[in-house]
Design a protein around this ligand. Structure first.
Ligand code: PAZ
Length: 311
């Protein structure tokens, strides 16, 4: 069934700061369009679904943003301009390498005189901090990376549509890499209680509506010339390829990257309408700190170039 995305968006409240973020996206895309750069939208992290308007409780998603943030770094390394549409407080390019550390444990006073207040990075972290700081500063100076954050499903959907519509102007040079874990269910605004749900009212029964599949309008109307990659996550590996192939048939985009929850850092399957390619890392590669996103992104860029050359 065709999705009437206009009707759906009409009842989806416009999030705070939407205009400001939309302007940033449009300016970024126009600037890179003028220079002739390829632009990729990388979505990353999970959406929340609030249970109350003045939200105390919400449903969340497991995604940490590893895939998205690691991929963004790799696209940047290959010269792409990146719109990084990410869940607030999930992993971000470059700083993600320190996410398991407490910032204060990485720092120390330069000398014993703490009142002098000069602070340095502890020696054991110095090399890594220098490497990442250098890359981060270079990327920010070049203007190749735009951070746009979301928290709720509502915010994500509005910003996804705004980004895709803006990328329409650069046609085949745009790529959409949709790695975020997006809820399939939501509570429409008119069915959501305003105040905190009270436990005194007894057990809670929540009724969630299905979010329409917006990949259809995205591919057909919002960014029809772009190279679009969606992700498919399953916990049952027997469903993986079938579901990926069904999605391609239904939405007519270029690729689905299929992955299983437990093995997503070791293996993915890139499914297109006429090929299935597995990318995997050996145990040794994982131990050496090699990341699968490096291989995924190299493969996608080669396929994107091929598509652009054929047009
Ligand atoms: O963010 P992360 O690295 O922890 O996980 C990545 C992922 C599994 C969310 C991503 O690879 C993916 O499959 N995204 C789509 C999820 C979905 O089918 O809704």
């Amino acid at each position: 069934m065709e999705v009437d995305s206009t009707n759906f968006f009409q009842q989806l409240p416009v999030p705070d700061k939407f205009t400001e973020k939309n302007d940033k996206i449009c300016n970024f895309v126009s600037k890179h369009n003028e220079i002739g750069n390829k632009v990729v939208l990388v979505t990353s992290g999970g959406t929340t679904v609030p249970l109350e308007s003045r939200t105390v409780r919400y449903m969340d998603n497991f995604s940490q943003g590893t895939r998205g943030s690691a991929s963004a770094e790799n696209f940047l390394q290959h010269g792409y301009a990146v719109i990084f549409l990410y869940r607030n407080r999930s992993l971000e390019p470059y700083s993600r390498h320190f996410s398991r550390l407490n910032l204060l444990d990485m720092l120390e006073f330069a000398n014993d005189n703490t009142s002098a207040q000069s602070i340095v990075v502890q020696q054991e972290y110095e090399d890594k901090v220098k490497t990442m700081l250098l890359k981060y500063k270079e990327v920010m100076k070049s203007g190749h990376l735009l951070f746009i954050d979301f928290t709720t499903l509502n915010e994500y959907l509005h910003l996804l549509r705004a980004s895709a519509l803006s990328l329409q102007q650069i046609g085949h040079s745009a790529m959409l890499y949709l790695a975020a874990a997006v809820s399939d269910f939501y509570i429409p605004k008119d069915q959501m209680p305003e105040h905190k749900i009270q436990s005194a009212d007894g057990p809670l029964h929540v009724s969630l509506q299905l979010v329409p599949k917006l990949l259809g309008p995205l591919v057909k109307e919002w960014a029809p010339d772009a190279f679009v990659i969606s992700f498919k996550l399953e916990t049952d590996k027997n469903l993986l390829i079938k579901k990926a192939e069904e999605a391609l048939k239904k939405y007519h985009h270029q690729l689905v990257i299929a992955n299983v929850l437990e093995t997503r850092k070791q293996a993915v399957v890139i499914v297109s309408k006429d090929s299935i390619q597995t990318i995997s890392l050996s145990k040794e590669q994982l131990l050496q700190g090699i990341e699968i996103e490096e291989h995924i992104v190299t493969e996608l860029i080669s396929r994107h170039n091929k598509m652009m050359n054929e047009k």
